[in-house]
Design a protein around this ligand. Structure first.
Ligand SMILES: [Fe+2]
Length: 399
């Protein structure tokens, strides 16, 4: 898959945040280079149907504007004695699709690593929770009636085409779903046939209607939940009130004494002082970072070197394999009787001092062979030690 950035989605970021963000919908034709079907293709959706265990609520069916009961397209299967009551029946799902149903996959970022990364572009930039929903609509069918959703959206067309109409947000922004008639809405602000690679941004409360025309359509709806000042300030106060100063349990019932009110006033004054001393930039950075890691749109927590495949590849580490130091911190502890303690990721191990010296002396980017990494050891022991330190994340295979 092509490597995308947030700027690929929105174009000029300064212009986007000044003119569109939280204000009005935006259309970007041909925003995504490469092959947008690599993000999510019709054939990948076929594979997901074949898996059968990608089941409700991950998959839902909508026909003529109404949700179809999941009992219509699922059955119970037994896995090692445990009943799974809602495994998908592919042929039923295909029957519904041929009858004009839109198939909807929710939270696909839980299932597809590439979609997790794609959502991560938005989470990283906004410090907001994101969630990826895929819609597959057969040619000639409207998915849903005009409505607005209670979330901000990025729409990404990955295959086929879909006709979209969007109206500027009207009235008070509401966190409820809203349904409209064509007469209520009048002329749309944006009327476009979305093609692969096109992107729409919809602030929440943007009325929209979409219909597949002469081509099957796959689009992603990436839902964002930016946090209001209210939520951000709540987090700041929560952090400031941690600790012993605010840990007591006051009695605040009817018969409380005047001292409780005095104490409360003193706590408020203390909190106000703490609030006044907050470094706004540093606190916003902290809030941004916490927002990036909100479920379910958080970026992957593991690194490539944590994977089973990486670990398995280390089994075959050859004497001639080139290795180098990673950025993982390694703390040197006490030396006793020719062995030195090294601490890495909370784990302490004692190694021959010569080995500790080699590991801590390796310069950044310097490559050494597994067989000669520890020159005082026989080649096979040097390789085994190298494997151990690579599994720990201290070394990595240079290639
Ligand atoms: Fe919608």
């Amino acid at each position: 898959m092509e490597s995308y950035t947030f700027a690929d989605l929105v174009g000029d970021e300064e212009l986007f945040f000044a003119e569109y963000w939280d204000k009005k919908p935006m259309l970007r034709k041909n925003a995504l280079k490469g092959n947008p079907a690599d993000i999510l293709s019709i054939s990948r959706l076929d594979e997901m149907v074949d898996m059968e265990v990608i089941r409700p609520p991950y998959v839902r069916v909508n026909l003529n504007g109404n949700g179809i009961s999941e009992k219509t397209f699922t059955r119970t299967v037994t896995v090692q004695g445990t009943e799974i009551p809602d495994s998908v029946i592919p042929e039923r799902l295909y029957d519904l699709y041929r009858a004009g149903a839109t198939i909807v996959w929710s939270s696909l970022n839980h299932i597809e690593p590439r979609l997790r990364s794609f959502c991560g572009l938005i989470s990283d930039k906004l410090g907001a929770r994101t969630d990826c929903v895929a819609f597959l609509t057969p040619a000639g069918h409207q998915g849903f009636n005009p409505h607005h959703d209670p979330v901000d959206l990025f729409i990404v067309q990955t295959e086929g085409t879909k006709h979209w109409r969007l109206w500027n947000p009207v009235g008070e922004r509401s966190s409820q779903i809203g349904v409209y008639t064509e007469e209520q809405l009048g002329e749309p602000a944006i009327d476009v046939l979305l093609e692969p690679g096109d992107v729409l941004y919809l602030p929440y409360h943007t009325p929209h209607a979409a219909a597949a025309r002469d081509r099957t359509s796959v689009h992603l709806s990436i839902m964002m939940r930016p946090r209001k000042w209210e939520e951000l300030l709540h987090k700041t106060v929560e952090a400031l009130t941690e600790g012993p100063e605010f840990a007591a349990f006051p009695y605040i019932g009817d018969s409380r004494g005047a001292s409780v009110e005095e104490e409360f006033a003193a706590k408020l004054t203390a909190l106000a002082a703490k609030l006044g001393a907050v470094d706004a930039g540093a606190e916003l950075d902290r809030l941004l970072d916490s927002g990036r890691r909100l479920e379910p749109g958080r970026p992957p927590r593991h690194r490539p070197e944590d994977t089973f495949a990486y670990s398995a590849a280390l089994d075959g580490l050859a004497p001639g394999s080139a290795l180098r130091r990673t950025g993982t911190p390694l703390t040197v502890g006490a030396t006793d009787n020719g062995r030195t303690q090294l601490t890495c990721k909370g784990r302490t191990i004692a190694v021959p001092t010569a080995v500790a010296d080699v590991l801590t002396g390796l310069e950044e980017g310097a490559e050494v062979f597994a067989a000669t990494l520890f020159p005082d050891l026989p080649a096979d022991r040097s390789v085994r030690n190298a494997q151990g330190f690579a599994r720990l994340g201290v070394l990595e295979v240079a290639a």
